[in-house]
Design a protein around this ligand. Structure first.
Ligand code: GTP
Ligand code: MG
Length: 198
C-alpha cells in the first residue's frame, strides 16, 4: 500500500504559469462546491485541516498543490456550481479549471467527486462530457457515503454509474472522510497509476 510519509503544502496559484517546480505526476480533485474535495485530501493525507474545509461553500478559490513523499502532487481545484458568486467569478473559476485540465501534462488522473446522496447534477454531467470530449483520464469518487445505508449507497452508485456512463476505464469509488471508508482503495489506485499498472 502507498504510505504517506511526507506531506508539504507547496503553493496556491490562480494562473497556470505559476505552477510549482520541479514537475511531478499530478492527481487532481474536482467537483461541485461543498462536495468534500478538501476533506478527502485531508483524509488521504492524515491531516486535520491542511486543505481548508469549510461549512461555507466556495472556500477553495485557487489551485492548491500538495507534494507527497517528494514523488507526486495532489491538486485541490476550486469547486464549481456555487450559486452565491457573480457570473464573472464563476467564469473565471471555470476558465481556471479548464486551462488546468487542458494544459497540465503531468496530470495522471482527475478524480471527479460526486455527492453520493444527491448523485450527479447537471454541472457534473457537463464536466464528464467535457472530459470525455478532451480525452482527459478520470475516475469518480462518490463522497459522503456515510450518510447512506449500505443498500442505498449501492443503489446510488449504480445510478451515478449510469448517469455518467462510467465503464472499466472510469471506475467509481465510494468514499467517506468521516468514516475514512474508501481511503485504502483510493491510495491503492493512485499507487497502481504511479507504477503504470492500471
Ligand atoms: P469547496 O472548497 O467549497 O469547493 O468545498 P469542498 O469540496 O472542498 O468541501 P469540503 O471538504 O470543504 O467539505 C464541505 C462540507 O462537507 C464540510 O462541512 C465537511 O465537513 C462536509 N463533508 C466532507 N466530507 C464529508 C463526508 O465524507 N461525510 C460527511 N458526512 N460530511 C462530509
Ligand atoms: Mg475545498
Amino acid at each position: 500500500m502507498l504510505k504517506i510519509k511526507d506531506v508539504q503544502f507547496v503553493k496556491s496559484i490562480s494562473r497556470l504559469q505559476d505552477k510549482p517546480h520541479p514537475y511531478y505526476p499530478e492527481f487532481a480533485f474536482a467537483g461541485r462546491s461543498n462536495v468534500g474535495k478538501s476533506s478527502l485530501i485531508n483524509c488521504l493525507l492524515n491531516r486535520k485541516n491542511l486543505a481548508r474545509v469549510s461549512k461555507q461553500p466556495g472556500k477553495t478559490r485557487s489551485i492548491n498543490y500538495f507534494l507527497i513523499n517528494r514523488q507526486f502532487y495532489l491538486v485541490d481545484l476550486p469547486g464549481y456550481g456555487f450559486a452565491r458568486v457573480s457570473a464573472g467569478e464563476k467564469k473565471r473559476w471555470q476558465e481556471m479549471i479548464e486551462s488546468y485540465l487542458l494544459q497540465s501534462e503531468e496530470l495522471v488522473q482527475l478524480f471527479v467527486l460526486v455527492d453520493a446522496v444527491v448523485k450527479a447534477q447537471k454541472n457534473d454531467l457537463q464536466l464528464v462530457e467535457w472530459l470525455n470530449h478532451h480525452q482527459i483520464p478520470f475516475a469518480v469518487v462518490a463522497t459522503k457515503a456515510d450518510k447512506l445505508s449500505q443498500f442505498r449507497l449501492n443503489v446510488h452508485l449504480n445510478e451515478i454509474t449510469r448517469q455518467l456512463q462510467l465503464d472499466d476505464s472510469h471506475p467509481i469509488f465510494p468514499f467517506s472522510a468521516v468514516k475514512r471508508t474508501g481511503r485504502g482503495e483510493l491510495l491503492g489506485y493512485i499507487d497502481r497509476l504511479l507504477k503504470g499498472s492500471v
